[in-house]
Structure formats: structure tokens, C-alpha cells
Design a protein around this ligand. Structure first.
Ligand code: NDP
Ligand code: GDR
Length: 340
């Protein structure tokens, strides 16, 4: 039975990847952070008591900021595959906590690579969650050869991590691949990322739980895909004989404004009556236009996106409508304005 370790298993991608690997028969180990509130909601449906016969999902405390925890975990588990999805992943927030973002999103990768190297885990394959944010201000369409020009502490940390992954591949022969993933979303997306913020608010407005939605820049364009499709590309990368770097995207871009239009229209509303601009959501430097060219992934991995933008909005709206209905029935109070 193959063993995989997922850092960031409690996040959006971690939860879908854990599902995929369990379906494929893996023993899955997830690294989780100690938190004063519950942070395992996205994987609770997968968890069974580890004492149960046949249990294949195991959770361990650790942190990308703590090299000793990484070393101990790798020593204990000796995974065949490591998926490094853990990160301070919010671009806007990275301007507020630039040093911390560098520590976790950047140096965290070095700590992990060093642990693999020090322990001599030469057979272990590693996936690094690189990002289209690394392209930043480089004009679209972006592909593996496009110049990196990050526009945030988050983007800069991911560029550092990307090159450390490449360096450990070249210097020590480690099997490390970078997946340069463009934005991917789902009903499990964190509520402060724009897609989820919009679908959540449109649904709550529809059922009468709130009236307004405050957003930042409506003109930014993103290549939005479905997280469930995208985690398959991560797995495919680690099944290749040779490690490499791949762009994963849909090849279709839409503006935040279009996203609002579609989401609100799905429930028969006009976004213009509800969306207002709050400058606190503007970023000191913005990434205007991301549109990925994933032809290499299609050619070499046989991967292609399966879910269109319209379908994605429908999936997210349907899920958030159900959630809003439940909240309404439970007598939820007025909307809390979340930062993000
Ligand atoms: P999320 O923000 O949903 O999840 C991030 C995960 O990282 C969570 O499990 C979080 O734990 C964990 N984490 C945060 N800080 C630490 C730390 N110090 N040590 C260990 N774990 C930590 O991100 P996504 O699932 O959306 O993304 C997964 C990865 O892919 C990230 O690295 C992200 O930067 C990258 N990426 C994402 C894209 C996207 O569009 N979703 C596109 C390209 C790259 P907790 O739950 O406790 O907060
Ligand atoms: P992004 O995603 O920065 O691309 O990073 P996000 O959804 O946060 O922003 C997308 C675009 O929407 C604009 N925007 C707003 N964004 C947020 N969060 N909140 C708002 O109110 C708002 N109004 C407008 C933003 O300015 C931006 O242009 C995501 C993360 O998952 C990263 O970890 C990942 O690497 C990249 O996608 C690819």
C-alpha cells in the first residue's frame, strides 16, 4: 500500500486530494496545526478512529514553521509521496503578514526538502503547490516558460519555493515537481477568497440573510477552475517517471465583475443592486490578468479541465444556497463582515 503525506490536508485542496488518494487505495497521513478552534471540518467526513481495523487516514500535529516536527513525521511515516499544500495562502493577507508568509509559504518548503534529503528518502516523490501568482504582472497567456513577476509577498514566497524545489531536484536528484496551478475553487473554498465570498453572499442575499456585499477590484481577471479536477493533476505529476513542472489551468478567464453577474443571475438577482466597493479589499499591487496555457500538462500527463466556469458557478451557488437555507431555518443573525 502506497503511503502519502499531505501538508495542508485541512485546506480546500488537501481535502479533495485526501479523498482521491483514499479512493486509490493509499494510506494517507495528514499534517494538521494545533488550533484553538476546529480546523478539520473539510476532512471530518473522511476520518475514522485510527484504532478501527482498516483505517487509512491518520492525522499528525506539525507545522511548516517547525523543522523538527517535519523531520520526526518523515522519519516515522517514510512516505512514498509528499504533497506540500500547506501555506499562508491568502494574497491580500500576505501584505499584512509578509514575514510570516515568507516563513511558511517560502522557507517551509526548504525545511521539508531538507528533511527529505537529510533522512535519505531518495525514493520519496514530492509535489510543491506552486501558483499562477508567481506570474503576477507578466501578460497572459502564461505558461511554464513565462517570466515570474510576483506582485505580493505571497507570490514572492512561492517563487522562492519554486526555485528551491527545482534546485533540490537538480542538486540532489530528488523527485520534486512543481504544479503551477491557476485559481481553483469549490464549495469548500475558504470564505474570504473572492469566488466563495460572492457565491456565499449571493445565496444569503437571496434568502434574506444580508443585503450587501463589499468587494475590492471588480476588473481583475482570473482563470478559475474546479478544485476537484485540479487535484488529479497533482497526483498525475507524481506518477511520472521524471519530475517536472506543469501549468494547470482551464484556458478561460473571467473578471470578478462577470463572476458577480453570473452568481447573482443564478438566483434571479442583479449584482449591481447589492455589490459595493470597499477600498480595504484593494491590494497595494494587483495581479490584473491570469490566463493559463496548460498544453504541456495535457500532452504529458493527459490532464484536461472538465468543469466550465458556468458549471463551477452553478456547483458553488447550489451548495451555498443549501447552506444559506439551513442558516435561515436555524435563525442566523446578520452577516458578519469578514476580512479578505
Ligand atoms: P487553503 O488556504 O484552503 O489551505 C491551506 C492549508 O495550509 C490549510 O490546511 C492550513 O491549515 C495549512 N497551513 C497554513 N499554515 C500552515 C503552517 N504554518 N504549517 C502547516 N500547515 C499550514 O489553501 P488551498 O487548499 O486553496 O491551496 C493549497 C495550496 O495550493 C496552498 O499552498 C496554496 O498556496 C496553493 N495554491 C492554491 C491555489 C488555489 O487556487 N486554491 C492555486 C495555486 C496554488 P489550517 O486549516 O489550520 O489553516
Ligand atoms: P487570488 O484569489 O488572490 O487570485 O489568490 P482571491 O480570490 O483572493 O482574489 C482574486 C481576485 O479578486 C479580487 N477581489 C477580491 N478578492 C478577495 N479575496 N476579496 C474581495 O473582496 C475581492 N474583491 C476583488 C482580488 O483583488 C483578486 O484580483 C488565490 C489563492 O488561492 C492563492 O493561494 C493562489 O495561489 C492563487 O489564487 C492562484
Amino acid at each position: 500500500m502506497k503511503k502519502a503525506l499531505i501538508t495542508g490536508i485541512t485546506g480546500q485542496d488537501g481535502s479533495y486530494l485526501a479523498e482521491l488518494l483514499l479512493e486509490k487505495g493509499y494510506e494517507v497521513h495528514g499534517m494538521i496545526r494545533r488550533s484553538s478552534s476546529f480546523n478539520t471540518e473539510r476532512i471530518d467526513h473522511l476520518y475514522v478512529d485510527p484504532h478501527t481495523a482498516g483505517a487509512r487516514l491518520f492525522l499528525h500535529y506539525g507545522d511548516l514553521d517547525d523543522a523538527s516536527s517535519l523531520n520526526l513525521l518523515l522519519k516515522k511515516i517514510r512516505p512514498d509521496e509528499i504533497y506540500n499544500l500547506g501555506a499562508q495562502s491568502h494574497v491580500r493577507v500576505s501584505f499584512d503578514v509578509p514575514e510570516y508568509t515568507g516563513q511558511v509559504t517560502g522557507l517551509g518548503v526548504t525545511r521539508l526538502l531538507e528533511a527529505v534529503r537529510e533522512l535519505g528518502l531518495s525514493g520519496t516523490r514530492l509535489y510543491q503547490a506552486s501558483s499562477s501568482e508567481m506570474f503576477g504582472a507578466s501578460p497572459p497567456p502564461q505558461h511554464e516558460g513565462t517570466l515570474f513577476y510576483p506582485r505580493s509577498p505571497y507570490g514572492a514566497a512561492k517563487v522562492y519555493a519554486y526555485w528551491m524545489a527545482v534546485n533540490y531536484r537538480e542538486a540532489y536528484g530528488l523527485h520534486v515537481s512543481n504544479g503551477i496551478l491557476f485559481n481553483h475553487e469549490s464549495p469548500r473554498r475558504g470564505e474570504t477568497f473572492v469566488t466563495r465570498k460572492v457565491t456565499r453572499a449571493a445565496a444569503r442575499i437571496k434568502v434574506g440573510l444580508q443585503q450587501k456585499l463589499f468587494l475590492g477590484n471588480l476588473e481583475a481577471k482570473r482563470d478559475w477552475g474546479y478544485a476537484k479536477d485540479f487535484v488529479e493533476a497533482m497526483w498525475l505529476m507524481l506518477q511520472q517517471e521524471k519530475p517536472d513542472d506543469y501549468v494547470v489551468a482551464t484556458g478561460e478567464a473571467h473578471s470578478v465583475r462577470e463572476l458577480c453577474e453570473r452568481a447573482f443571475a443564478h438566483v434571479g438577482l442583479d449584482y449591481r443592486a447589492h455589490v459595493e466597493i470597499d477600498p480595504r479589499y484593494f491590494r497595494p499591487t494587483e495581479v490584473d490578468y491570469l490566463l493559463g496555457d496548460c498544453s504541456k500538462a495535457t500532452r504529458q500527463l493527459g490532464w484536461r479541465p472538465r468543469t466550465s466556469f458556468d458549471e463551477l458557478v452553478r456547483i458553488m451557488m447550489d451548495a451555498d444556497l443549501e447552506l444559506a437555507e439551513r442558516e435561515r431555518r436555524a435563525g442566523a443573525g446578520p452577516a458578519v463582515s469578514r476580512h479578505g
